[in-house]
Design a protein around this ligand. Structure first.
Ligand SMILES: C[S@@+](CC[C@H](N)C(=O)[O-])C[C@H]1O[C@@H](n2cnc3c(N)ncnc32)[C@H](O)[C@@H]1O
Length: 440
């Protein structure tokens, strides 16, 4: 073995990056992989394959406990295999999509099995899971699962080419047209333009209103001087915004926020703030959260990690003037949006701050109903303690592993999981959105 090979073989697995192994793929694992085992039981996580397939896999890296690999040759194909619609969905290509080589129903079955597996392993629950398609992806045609993404972050190479990153890589892949991007994003032609002095470009569109914004992140100090002000090639965007460090976004043209539509009304959402990227997701999630919480007039409800106030805004009219709704969010722009979006209901208010810290300083009332929609890291443990006084909890989660971990912690404190809905809010990728109902 060369020194480099010895270094690659850190785990003493006897394999190293670049090696080829023939394996039969087992179940799908969280993260877009299938689990395979070598004859001696060693684990390899393989991308670009499907459960049950026999493949030749090329090892991409070796850690102290396992190896990762790409299926580079399919020896026995799964009946669920389809030709990936995008030529970049391949080993060494764009890392944005994980399951383009599976039919959409198979993708949903895989995601359902991953959620069920996490619940079983981390929360000790046998829970049958179905992943539901969102409107727009259920017509049964070739367009299902494509052209949905209303927000795209493009990385820019040092030579000024905007593209998408490879899997677990900093390499910027010149993808041309991304097939999961909404057509209104494709029209902005971000990947066909030059981006001198730029490290990233984000495009945001609102299909219902036709609004669009382009957010440019300058590359270091030099990039700060790159002039995007006079760019006529961005005339197609309603707003051009420059990301300026901690100060947030500076508008070169247009507003720094967009008007989103969900739950039958408009929402002001800053270009820097969170909003679901699938056009059908906000509606599906609000419906699931309301079904979980069953709000009544006079209720007190918390919306933790509230973003622009989506769930608080559907709860406020239902609890009415005799009730109270309190949102918590730490992003300043999102807090401004949430306050704006809740302005019609004086009994709804928003705390700015870290959810755990707001709880610690006693800033939240006891509430019968709580919805939380945390980032991938899941719930702050202080949220779980604070929930002791509540009766119904809707947990919106974009990570089945932290969802299952938190369900386990909640069960210890007397909560019971009574329903779980899962939505295919990110077709072609390994990501999935869940709303769990827990009651006490
Ligand atoms: C997944 S988004 C949910 C937003 C909203 N529920 C929606 O659906 O539009 C999570 C939000 O939590 C905020 N956030 C993340 N960590 C937080 C923390 N520790 N304390 C307060 N807010 C946090 C983020 O800024 C983001 O707006």
């Amino acid at each position: 073995m060369t020194d480099q090979a010895k270094q690659d073989d850190r785990a003493g697995l006897g394999i190293q990056a670049g090696d080829s192994v023939e394996v039969t793929l087992g179940e799908a694992a969280h993260g877009g992989w299938c689990v395979a085992r070598l004859a001696d039981g060693r684990v390899i996580f393989v991308r670009h394959g499907l459960p049950g397939e026999q493949v030749r896999a090329q090892v991409t890296d070796v850690t102290s406990h396992f190896a990762r690999a790409d299926a580079v040759e399919i020896i026995t194909a799964s009946p669920d295999r389809v030709p990936p619609p995008c030529p970049q969905a391949r080993p060494g290509g764009c890392g944005g999509c994980d399951w383009q080589h599976a039919s959409l129903p198979a993708q949903r079955t895989i995601k359902a099995s991953v959620i069920a597996q996490q619940l079983q392993r981390l929360a000790g629950l046998e829970w049958p899971v179905t992943v539901e398609p969102l409107p727009g992806d259920d017509a049964g045609g070739a367009e299902d699962g494509l052209a949905w993404r209303t927000r795209m972050q493009f990385a820019v190479s040092p030579s000024g080419v905007a593209g998408l990153r490879g899997h677990r890589s900093h390499e910027v892949i010149d993808v041309g047209t991304c097939l999961i991007a909404h057509p209104a994003i494709t029209e902005l032609a971000i990947t066909r333009r030059d981006w001198p002095g730029t490290v990233a470009v984000e495009a945001i569109v609102v299909p219902e209103t036709g609004e669009s914004a382009v957010v440019v992140a300058p590359r270091g100090k030099k990039g700060a001087g790159a002039d995007h002000r006079g760019r006529s090639d961005l005339d197609g965007a309603d707003a051009v915004l420059i990301r300026s460090g901690r100060a947030g976004l500076a508008a070169v043209r247009g507003h720094s926020y967009l008007s989103q539509r969900a739950a039958g009304r408009q929402w002001r959402v800053s270009a820097s703030a969170f909003w679901q990227v699938h056009p059908g997701a906000a509606d599906a999630l609000t419906e699931a959260v309301l079904a979980a919480l069953q709000p009544a007039a006079g209720d007190t409800a918390l919306d933790l990690y509230c973003g622009a106030g989506l769930f608080a805004g559907v709860l406020a009219p239902l609890v009415g003037p005799g009730g109270t709704v309190v949102g918590v969010e730490y992003d300043a722009a999102a807090v401004r949006d949430a306050r704006h979006n809740l302005r019609d209901w004086p009994w709804a208010r928003v705390h700015r701050g870290d959810v755990g810290e707001v709880i610690k300083r006693g800033g939240l009332p006891a509430a019968r109903l709580v919805v939380a929609d945390p980032p991938r890291a899941g719930l702050d443990p202080r949220v779980i303690e604070h929930l002791d006084g509540s009766e119904r909890f809707a947990y919106a989660s974009c990570d089945p592993a932290t969802l299952a971990r938190d369900v386990a912690r909640l069960r210890v404190r007397g909560w019971e999981l009574t329903a779980l809905r899962a939505f295919d809010a990110f077709p072609m990728t390994q990501h999935v959105e869940c709303v769990a109902t827990l009651v006490r």
